[in-house]
Write a protein that binds this ligand. Structure first.
Ligand code: GLY
Ligand code: MN
Ligand code: MN
Length: 500
């Protein structure tokens, strides 16, 4: 018997050539013995489970009579048998309330019953010691990757019926009606579902059936649109994410002096924030942007390999993702020396004015795009007053050339939640053109960016990039700044630096 034939539990192909796992029958019987029984402790229903149940009820109503399949997704391979930190698909997390402790490869199914659906969660539960998996499979074996919960524990904690993942394919053969699947979450599961759908429709229609991917598109859209308005659990988690993020920003400010002058000071800052994110949460909600000096003008500067120099600004765009997988998304731009120069302050104040104008526009009944329009009015007026555009602010705002957008090409905000750019499959008519409603959480993040090589602006502007990004909860009366405890005005920022 060679390495890949251990009792039908193949060693992953990627590690066969260096596997030292003993394969003798005497080793196999020896390692299987002498273990305590897997404990079947009962779990306690999590607070989040109640919210997830009502989310599933809403989904059930939208897909009456259809089998709805929502995979959590597989672990992403980094190389060979090395994986990135696991994170389930946000659609799955939203409907199960299973967060960073989700078992990779799980699948939520809403099976139609007479009235509504029954939820079943398929996952790979804790294994016993009666196969070779636990010691010989370095991808899923519990001696390699840690203990998994039992079916009973997950059923108790999430309030969903559970079944072993091994039973999924057999269950799929039993579903005869229409099916929808969240296509991009787990491609092997999508292929299985497509195969089953094709066989069901071929049997029914007598010719090779089509896969109704429009229904799947609709599912992705419904899952996104369901998340536009947050429930009380989600709002509480977003507050926790913002609070942890603030502690991460405080860490950075208090350690900034140590990062100045280092060749890769930006990386030091990234590391300081990452430490907080891993200690308090699951990690960062997106790649941290640490952009000193002119790097701030590169909107997605995540290389973070530059130095931090006195006299420059430092733009930090970062968010902690808590264990429920909700993330904050905050940007602050600070003067590394502790004090803004006149031109830095002038640009900073213009951006702050744009942020305030956007916040003013954020009220129930307004449209999402009104915030952007309000911010753009401020930006256009400032760049016009500074003589940076060849037309008046009004002409820029109403003309096709939109000259002011040269200095702020991005949007003024986005929905925020389980994904940093949340609700990404929602239709434009309910997102950008949609009306704001209490319970929506989004960012407001105007900026101004003058590239070093932008010859259209006077030299004093060149190399300055400023963004101010806050996280906002829309309420019945207007909006609440979830990041209200972050220093915000130029003076507050300077005091923050002084205190450090
Ligand atoms: N950090 C990504 C964003 O602000 O949208
Ligand atoms: Mn953002
Ligand atoms: Mn951001």
């Amino acid at each position: 018997m060679n390495d890949d034939q251990i009792a039908g539990e193949p060693i992953p192909v990627t590690s066969r050539n260096r596997s030292t796992t003993p394969t003798s029958d005497s080793f196999r019987s020896y390692i299987r013995q002498g273990w305590a029984e897997v404990s079947v402790e009962r779990g306690l229903l999590r607070d989040a489970a109640v919210f997830a149940q009502s989310r599933r009820a809403r989904l059930s109503a939208a897909f009456e009579g259809k089998t709805v399949i929502i995979p959590a997704g597989l672990q992403a391979v980094r190389a060979n048998d090395q994986y990135y930190t696991y994170r389930p698909h946000s659609g799955f997390a939203h409907l199960t309330a299973w967060g960073s402790d989700t078992v990779a490869g799980s699948i939520l199914v809403l099976e139609p019953i007479v009235h509504g659906h029954r939820a079943i969660l398929f996952f790979r539960p804790s294994s016993g010691h009666d196969s070779d998996e636990f010691y010989a499979n370095n991808e899923v074996g519990e001696l390699w990757t840690g203990r998994r919960p039992t079916l009973q524990q997950v059923a108790d904690e999430l309030g969903i019926d559970t079944q072993s993942l091994d039973e999924f394919e057999q269950a799929l053969e039993m579903w005869d009606g229409e099916m929808v699947v969240l296509r991009d979450a787990d491609l092997p599961v999508t292929s299985l579902v497509d195969r089953r759908r094709r066989s069901v429709s071929t049997r029914r229609d007598g010719e090779l059936g089509m896969i109704p991917t429009d229904d799947d598109e609709h599912l992705a859209q419904v899952l996104s649109e369901m998340r536009l308005v947050k429930d009380a659990f989600e709002i509480a988690e977003l507050r926790r994410a913002v609070a942890a993020t603030q502690r991460g920003f405080d860490d950075v400010i208090s350690q900034l002096r140590d990062c100045v002058g280092h060749d890769r000071g930006e990386r030091l800052v990234e590391g300081v924030f990452y430490r907080r994110a891993r200690v308090e949460g699951h990690g960062v909600g997106y790649e941290t942007i640490v952009a000193a000096g002119p790097h701030a003008c590169t909107l997605h500067w995540t290389r973070n390999d530059g130095p931090i120099r006195q006299g420059d600004l430092l733009l930090l765009d970062a968010g902690v993702e808590v264990d429920s997988l909700y993330t904050a998304d905050i940007t602050r731009t600070v003067p590394i020396s502790g004090t803004f120069t006149d031109i830095q302050r002038e640009v900073y104040d213009a951006v702050l004015e744009a942020a305030d104008a956007a916040r003013e526009a954020a009220k129930p009944g307004a449209r999402f795009r009104d915030m952007h329009d309000a911010a753009m009015r401020v930006i256009a007026h400032h760049v016009s007053e500074w003589g940076l555009i060849p037309v008046s602010a009004e002409d820029a705002l109403h003309g096709e050339a939109q000259h002011h957008r040269r200095f702020m090409i991005h949007g003024t905000g986005h929905h925020l939640g389980l994904d940093v750019h949340d609700c990404s499959r929602a239709r434009q008519q309910v997102y950008l053109d949609g009306f704001l409603e209490p319970g929506m959480v989004f960012t407001i993040e105007p900026g101004l960016y003058f590239h070093e090589d932008d010859l259209s602006v006077p030299e004093r502007f060149r190399g300055i990039g400023v963004r101010i990004e806050d996280d906002v909860l829309l309420t019945e009366h207007g909006c609440e700044l979830l990041s209200a405890d972050f220093p915000r005005t130029a003076r507050e920022i300077e005091r923050w630096m002084e205190r450090a």
